[in-house]
Design a protein around this ligand. Structure first.
Ligand code: GKR
Ligand code: MG
Length: 421
């Protein structure tokens, strides 16, 4: 084997503390799960990737990892073929229901993604160039992110309050926005909705508008409204939102709402793989697609997605789930290289309570992450932190994200219903 070939791949499940964030299907469990992928070459380079941590996905990542030794880090086509061969025709997307329907195609791209990112990290280190250069070069020096607000309890039942406090009404939402913006400097705001009656969530949006003047605002109820409710909310929020995200389920449902709404509709739930684009664009169901390299097949395919969106006059934003710094670095390089990114990207970074797997995580300056110019992703794994977070995984007893099950353990009568209103 030559020094540039892959000699070892490790796949490490981790868990980190997660506050009780409320959403359309329940509440976040006390621990968020992720998987860290390390790909080593004979020359001593280590490429990094980060992905979901649910058991079925972890098993597929492990199967894929076993097939990668011996590959050339520049061989992305072969990487994808090997992974396709390793996982077969399985369909094992997320079970929590917040990133849309699953399919074999999407499962393959979810498994491929962290390895693709790790390969790009390696390529960059080997040729001494940042990952954004491998995606075509940077079009911006810093990538804007948005304040991502959640309704939340002050603490998990029986635990100490977390640093963000309670937010269950418009005042709490505005207070959370003030705290997050003063800490990170974000210049736009997204509220995770689908938790309370839509009228209460509209009141919160109005309160944010009153408190933050011209800040762009978004509301995302994760498909928890019927078409009729969505149309009414769109009427009541006319002039208040830069986009309304996934008000209702399915491409035909979104198309019906879009035909009557004044603002663009955005999605990370009805358009989640390339096969969804023709119908969604032909029926004008969505005005903005939220890209997410974790399930669109890594950074290169996310760039392709943006080009297709542009061709159809559809905007591009970026979706997030609970994540740590390797994902943030990958999102930052992608955002740096993607000319079509016309909205501040989502990030869950403020909710990770300062925990990370990196030695020096990327930082936010005035709501944006300055793009690192070091070779590869430009970040280094903190092995002690990785070991600690792996210990959390082993001891926390959680192997699946299950917001509904956790909510039911606290409120036994809770039912996840779509649409709820
Ligand atoms: O973290 O609860 C959450 C979010 O609801 C997340 O899981 C969604 O996938 O943020 C996401 C979204 O924009 O739909
Ligand atoms: Mg969303």
């Amino acid at each position: 084997m030559t020094g540039t070939q892959i000699t070892k791949v490790t796949v490490t499940p981790i868990a980190f503390p997660d506050p009780p964030l409320l959403n359309a299907v329940g509440v976040h469990q006390p621990w968020a799960l992720r998987t860290i992928v390390e790909v080593h070459t004979g020359d001593g380079f280590v490429g990094l990737g980060e992905s979901y941590g649910d058991a079925a996905h972890l098993e597929l990542l492990r199967r894929a990892a076993a097939e990668i030794v011996g590959l050339d880090p520049f061989g992305l086509a072969e990487l994808r073929q090997r992974i396709a061969g390793a996982i077969g025709t399985v369909d094992a997307a997320d079970q929590h229901g917040l990133t849309g329907a699953s399919s074999q195609a999407k499962t393959l791209l979810r498994v491929y993604s962290p390895f693709e990112v790790a390969f790009l990290d390696l390529q960059g280190q080997m040729i001494g160039r940042p990952v954004y250069d491998l995606l075509g070069g940077k079009v911006r020096d810093s990538v804007p992110f948005s304040a991502y607000l959640f309704y939340k309890w002050g603490a998990h039942p029986g635990a100490e309050p977390d640093e963000w406090g309670e937010a269950l009404d418009p005042d709490g939402v505005v207070a959370q926005a003030r705290a997050m913006i003063s800490r990170y400097g974000f210049g736009s705001i997204k509220l995770k909705g689908g938790v309370f009656h839509p009228d209460q969530e509209i009141e919160a949006i109005q309160a944010l508008r009153d408190a933050f003047g011209e800040y762009p605002l978004r509301l995302d109820p994760n498909c928890n409204w019927s078409v009729g409710t969505s149309v009414k909310v769109a009427e009541k929020t006319d002039g208040l939102l830069e986009y309304l995200e996934d008000p209702t389920a399915s491409i035909p449902g979104m198309a019906e709402v879009a035909a009557q709404a004044s603002m663009p509709l955005a999605t990370n739930m009805c358009v989640v793989e390339f096969g969804h684009l023709p119908e969604a664009f032909a029926t004008r169901a969505v005005g903005v697609v939220l890209s997410d390299h974790h399930y669109w097949g890594g950074l290169t395919l996310s760039m392709h997605l943006a080009t297709v969106c542009q061709t159809w006059g559809v905007g591009v934003s970026m979706h997030s789930n609970s994540h740590l710094g390797i994902s943030l670095a990958a999102m930052t390089h992608l955002g740096a290289a993607m000319p079509q990114l016309s909205y501040a990207a989502d990030t869950h970074t403020p909710w990770q309570l300062g925990v990370d797997v990196l030695e020096r995580p990327l930082i936010f300056v005035d709501g944006s992450v300055p793009v690192p110019d070091a070779p590869g992703l430009g970040v280094t794994l903190d092995r002690d932190a990785l070991a600690r977070l792996h210990e959390n995984y082993v001891s926390c007893g959680i192997t699946e994200r299950d917001d509904t099950g956790y909510m039911r353990s606290i409120e036994p009568s809770y039912q996840a219903r779509t649409p709820r209103w």
